[in-house]
Design a protein. Structure first.
Length: 243
């Protein structure tokens, strides 16, 4: 099976315009993510899918591969699908372009489970250990069934903890998805769902259409870059590691 990692990178961002090109520890955010992805042992290629020539030129300047996709793409997953059109790929990992702390073995974990269990789609989560994350709408929470499939994703604190209840393991979603190619094609052709629109979470389209998402639990203390505060936190974290 041929395995590709595709990183969707959009220039426009409400909270952080030009986010992929913002500098962290001497490198652009997109370069940090690309370099992490390239360390995956199982990948057969890494591609940045972008709608902006500034990002395209930045990626090619550091030796990466990037392709232009249409400005009409409604989501990162639509951009991923457009990027692989005409390319040989059986399994595709969609790695969010704002996850500079993603470990390469996390992509490998998804590639492996997709093959071993013959899944349509899979993603990752990790335990929530901070109450602030549990209540933060920028942290997407996920509830799992007994076999490790997603019951629901939400920006709200789920599951609800009743007063006096023993706090169970709480999980936050990590921004990386694996798709079987034919299912990715089905996904982008599905109509945007009501829950997807309400929560602004495209993975809910899968659940609302009756399909399942396998969710693997992993140890992960990283975070995505969504706000100026996240950007400053990432700069401080990486500066400490370098020094």
């Amino acid at each position: 099976m041929r395995k590709l990692i595709v990183i969707p990178a959009r220039y426009e961002s409400t909270r952080l315009p030009g986010k992929p090109l913002l500098e962290i520890a001497g490198k652009s955010l997109i370069q940090l993510v690309y370099e992490r992805a390239s360390q995956s042992r199982l990948q057969d290629g890494v591609i940045v899918a972008t709608d902006d020539e500034r990002i395209l030129h930045a990626v090619t300047a550091f030796g990466g591969e990037a392709v232009m996709t249409g400005s009409s793409c409604r989501s990162g997953t639509d951009r991923v699908f457009e990027a692989i059109s005409g390319r040989e790929a059986d399994l595709i990992v969609n790695l969010q372009g704002d996850e500079p702390f993603m470990r390469p073995d996390m992509a490998d974990l998804l590639f492996s489970v997709m093959e071993e269990e013959d899944l349509d789609m899979a993603t990752l989560c990790s335990s929530i250990t901070d109450d602030r994350e549990y209540h933060d709408p920028n942290t997407v929470k996920v509830v799992l069934d007994g076999r490790g499939f997603a019951l629901y994703f939400s920006r709200s604190p789920i599951p609800y903890l009743r007063n006096g209840a023993v706090k169970p393991l709480l999980y936050k979603h990590i921004g990386i998805y694996a798709f079987k190619r034919d299912f990715l094609e089905r996904f982008v052709k599905m109509q945007r769902s009501r829950l997807e629109e309400l929560e602004s979470l495209e993975q809910l389209r899968v659940l609302e259409n009756g399909f399942r998402i396998r969710v693997l639990t992993t140890q992960y203390d990283g975070f995505g870059i969504d706000t100026p505060a996240d950007l400053e936190r990432a700069r401080l974290t990486l500066d400490r590691k370098i020094s």
